[in-house]
Write a protein that binds this ligand. Structure first.
Ligand SMILES: [Zn+2]
Length: 603
């Protein structure tokens, strides 16, 4: 059996979706919830357990278990296949066994190390000081559990021994980045000692490395933070700390906040601000941006009142803008401390408020340039212009650029045309700016394809009455065998306003006519699903119609048929009128009379 079908057969879609979306039962094997893909207050997101499909009537997204995972996790199809295969125990062949086997093994070692460090933190007397330190920093047990925090004891070989007992060879452990080789080459020893261990996870939550934070009171020459080295599974430039925990919140909020440190991310969760990732204090890279693009197109940088991080972030900001992100800024108030961690320790509300109130990056740049200057003084004016104009020149979007030109023109009381000339012809950063560099990527690091921005607030415009009625009647046809004879007798194919609808109806009727008139809804559904394999628009319509049918009752059949009939009559009447005008113009009496008879017959 094709692994795809086998997986589909084993996955419980309600359970899978339920991991992301709170679902409420809405009938036998039906569920309803708030759509994770667009913003809404009343649930229009439907899941059918017996048909194994989902559909949102608000934004018209829908599909099967793979489509759901691809959309919500930003996976591509092979990733979704692997992920679900693992979940339900179906072996999915990989492209490159040796490479992925090594990666899998290195991940396993890191996962195991995380468990070990965690256990030490929770249970060992050696971790007493670490436990006290975390408690003092206000990191609760729940929070520590969520982030998998642990402790590396002050010993040279405790992890090495632990992993060795589980059959891992020194060379593998070294490759996983957890040990160092003795200078004389005689063996290995633990890389992390007497440190609070923060596991670094990829976007799927696999542990790929660690940051170890030194304990207070350690010798002065020990680095405050120590990271795993670059390994086949850990690349600093691709890591976004906390992304695996932030994905849902990022989609929900429609934006991601970038903070510097891992502890800022943890503190932010404590303040219930979960759409946050840590950049590890470096400027954002192309790889990180490509990863974020899967989830949102709005990036919020956070700075303290002194804008200490602003300069360091500038390169990342420029890169984000070139890659088409909407860049905004969250500013911590002056008394809140230097980072989100500080702020949350003072009062979680400080950070919550700052995170909720973001402003466009240009506004931030302008405010900063203007601060402390006297705009009636010509030198100050020039200084402000020197700071602001280069930024203005970077804005790709004409409308947006004009908006900020106007703002600056008002502020400096300088003619907008003069300013416009001053920034000169703007560099187009369109095609070549976006992804001119395509770094080589391996098959399963999850970075290979960047997707378009996710528009979280999008809901499609309402369908016309006729489209809605057509979908409803087909839905009832699928779902209610008892209504089928009535529908077949009254519903002409031409009543349906487009070809996809007609084609679906034709196939459903074929099944009905070939003496299978009382096919169970799920059987008819699978039959049609097989019939339209590979035809995306038909399949998506089928999903929608099937879920709609589950919602509707047979009681509406008559009304729906009447409404479709009358729409059809209107359409034909209009056509006849047009023909009549033409015939009259050409003086064709005979045709006119024939058309009048037809017209009257339609009354
Ligand atoms: Zn939706």
């Amino acid at each position: 059996m094709d692994p795809k079908d086998e997986i589909k057969g084993r996955v419980d879609i309600a359970e899978l979706v339920g991991e992301y979306v709170p679902l409420k039962p809405a009938g036998p094997s039906r569920f309803r919830g708030l759509c994770p893909f667009h913003t809404e207050k009343t649930p229009s997101f439907h899941v059918s357990a017996d048909k194994q499909i989902w559909h949102c009537f608000g934004c018209n997204e829908g599909g099967d278990c793979f489509a759901f995972l691809m959309k919500i996790e930003g996976m591509d199809f092979p990733e979704a296949l692997l992920h679900l295969g693992k979940k339900v125990g179906v072996e999915v062949a990989r492209y490159d066994k040796t490479e992925t086997n090594e990666k899998r093994r290195l991940t396993e070692i890191n996962e195991l190390a995380a468990k070990y460090y965690r256990k030490v933190l929770l249970e060992s007397p050696l971790a007493q000081a670490a436990r006290e330190y975390l408690a003092k920093r206000g990191i609760s047990e729940t929070l520590a559990e969520t982030f998998g925090l642990g402790f590396a004891p002050d010993a040279w070989d405790s992890l090495t021994l632990f992993l060795g007992k589980r059959g891992f060879r020194p060379l593998e452990i070294e490759k996983a980045g957890l040990v160092l080789r003795r200078r004389d080459g005689t063996g290995i020893y633990d890389r992390f000692r007497s440190r609070i261990m923060v596991p670094l996870c990829d976007q799927h939550g696999n542990v790929v490395g660690f940051t170890g934070r030194v304990m207070p009171g350690a010798p002065d020459d020990s680095a405050k933070y120590m990271n795993s080295p670059e390994t086949p599974i850990y690349h600093k430039g691709r890591m976004l700390y906390g992304l695996h925990l932030a994905k849902q919140a990022i989609k929900r909020e429609g934006k991601v906040i970038i903070v510097e440190g891992n502890l800022d991310v943890i503190a932010s969760h404590k303040a219930a601000v979960e759409h946050v990732v840590g950049s590890s204090g470096t400027a954002l890279t192309e790889d990180q941006l490509a990863l974020l693009k899967r989830f949102t197109s709005t990036i919020v940088f956070s700075f303290d009142a002194d804008a200490a991080g602003f300069k360091a972030a500038q390169r990342g900001i420029a890169l984000a803008r070139q890659n088409g992100f909407d860049v905004r800024v969250a500013v911590l108030p002056a008394d809140a401390g230097k980072d989100p961690d500080d702020a949350v320790q003072k009062d979680p509300e400080l950070w919550r408020a700052a995170a909720a109130k973001t402003e466009p990056i240009m506004q931030y740049v302008i405010d900063r340039a203007v601060a402390g200057r006297d705009l009636t003084n010509v030198d100050d004016k020039r200084a402000v212009a020197a700071l602001v104009m280069p930024e203005l020149g970077q804005i790709k979007d004409v409308i947006e650029r004009e908006h900020w030109l106007q703002t600056v023109s008002d502020l400096l009381r300088t003619d907008i045309d003069v300013l416009r000339r001053a920034i000169g012809p703007t560099v187009s950063m369109g095609a070549e700016g976006q992804g001119s560099r395509r770094p080589e990527r391996s098959e399963d690091d999850g970075m290979s394809r960047s997707r378009g921005p996710v528009d979280t607030a999008r809901a499609t415009p309402r369908r016309s009455r006729e489209q809605q009625a057509a979908r409803s009647i087909l839905g009832i046809f699928l779902q209610d065998p008892a209504s089928r004879p009535l529908i077949v007798a009254a519903l002409e194919e031409r009543y349906l306003p487009d070809e996809t609808l007609r084609s679906l109806y034709r196939s459903a009727r074929e099944a009905y006519d070939s003496d299978q008139s009382d096919l169970a809804p799920t059987t008819l559904f699978s039959l049609l699903q097989a019939r339209f394999t590979g035809q995306d628009s038909e399949l998506s319509l089928l999903n929608e119609v099937a879920l709609l049918g589950e919602e509707l009752g047979a009681g509406q059949v008559k009304e729906l048929l009447d409404s479709l009939q009358s729409s059809d009559r209107d359409r034909r009447r209009k056509a006849i009128e047009a023909d009549m005008r033409q015939a009259e113009a050409s003086g064709d009496r005979e045709t006119v009379e024939k058309l009048i008879r037809e017209f009257n017959a339609l009354r």
